[in-house]
Design a protein around this ligand. Structure first.
Ligand code: RIB
Length: 280
């Protein structure tokens, strides 16, 4: 296996709205779609579609959504040995996309909140054969910390995408990851620093290097992506695109970067490929 994604899966309930209802109000929305989502699952699918061998370690519920999620992993060639059934509801994400293509997302973790360090131990033999562990923050933080420690112990690179933003994330517990990939608002939350301008973003990213991170990769939407590491400070422009629905674009970026960095070991090339892929 190339990549182990230890993370979330959700059922995306996507309403295309004219506007959000006010408190106590009902409004009609013109369109709806049901999709397989969750940051972990989205990243796993992107990497697998590009050709990586991907193992997913996650928990689904015991409801009608679970079979569909497992079937989607299988359709995409993802190993589902450690997609665990749980006596809980599956994770769901009601998503509202407005006419300007901006999305608002609510996540209900459901079974994802029950993914534990013991689940990592149960899959330890297989995870330890992977070249990269990919993590996000839609599972308990203790499981994320444990997965990073597991990667360090077994000499496996670890990518942490600190999304959605989690004010409780302890930088001291995650600084050993190989790649840390916040977007600008997550970077601001974690550092307490402004990110309005590119120099602001640079300053904030460098504080993470000073805190012991190795590769800080800040995704900046239309402004591109900033990579800072020891001796590296590189702003790669975004691929120009007219956005229709940006849901999952960040996950496509992470999945694609993961695929190429495992395949080539070339971080700059992998970032350029991920920029293009996320824009599609
Ligand atoms: O990043 C997009 C994802 O965030 C959606 O698929 C939704 O499930 C939430 O997890």
């Amino acid at each position: 296996m190339d990549i182990a994604v230890i993370g979330s899966n959700m059922v995306d309930l996507i309403s295309y709205i004219n506007r959000m209802p006010r408190d106590g109000e009902t409004v009609e929305a013109p369109d709806f779609a049901l999709g397989c989502g969750g940051k972990g699952a989205n990243q796993a699918v992107a990497a697998a579609r590009l050709g990586s061998a991907v193992r997913m370690v996650t928990r689904v519920g015991n409801d009608l959504f679970a079979d569909n999620t497992v079937a989607n992993f299988e359709r995409n060639g993802i190993d589902t040995t450690y997609v665990l059934r749980t006596a809980a509801t599956s994770g769901v994400a009601p998503i509202f996309v407005n006419p300007d293509s901006q999305n608002s997302i609510i996540i209900v973790q459901g079974a994802n909140s029950l993914l534990t360090p013991a689940d990592i131990d149960a899959a330890a033999t297989e995870i330890s054969k992977c070249k990269l562990i990919v993590l996000q923050l839609e599972i308990p933080l203790e499981t994320v910390y444990y997965a990073i420690d597991f990667g360090v112990k077994h000499g496996i690179d670890v990518l942490l995408n600190p999304a959605p933003a989690q004010p409780d994330l302890l930088l001291s517990r995650v600084r050993a990851c190989t790649y840390f990939t916040p977007n600008e608002s997550e970077l601001s939350l974690l550092t307490g620093m402004p990110v309005e301008t590119i120099p602001d973003v640079r300053n904030a990213a460098h504080t993470l290097l000073e805190a012991g991170m190795r590769n800080v990769i800040v995704t900046l939407g239309g402004r591109g992506v900033l990579w800072v590491a020891e001796g590296v400070d590189m702003l790669l422009p975004a691929t120009p695109v007219e956005a229709v629905d940006t849901t999952g674009a960040g996950d496509a970026f992470i999945g694609c970067f993961s695929h190429y960095v495992v395949a080539t070991g070339d971080i700059e090339y992998s970032l350029r490929m991920a920029n293009r892929y996320a824009a599609d």
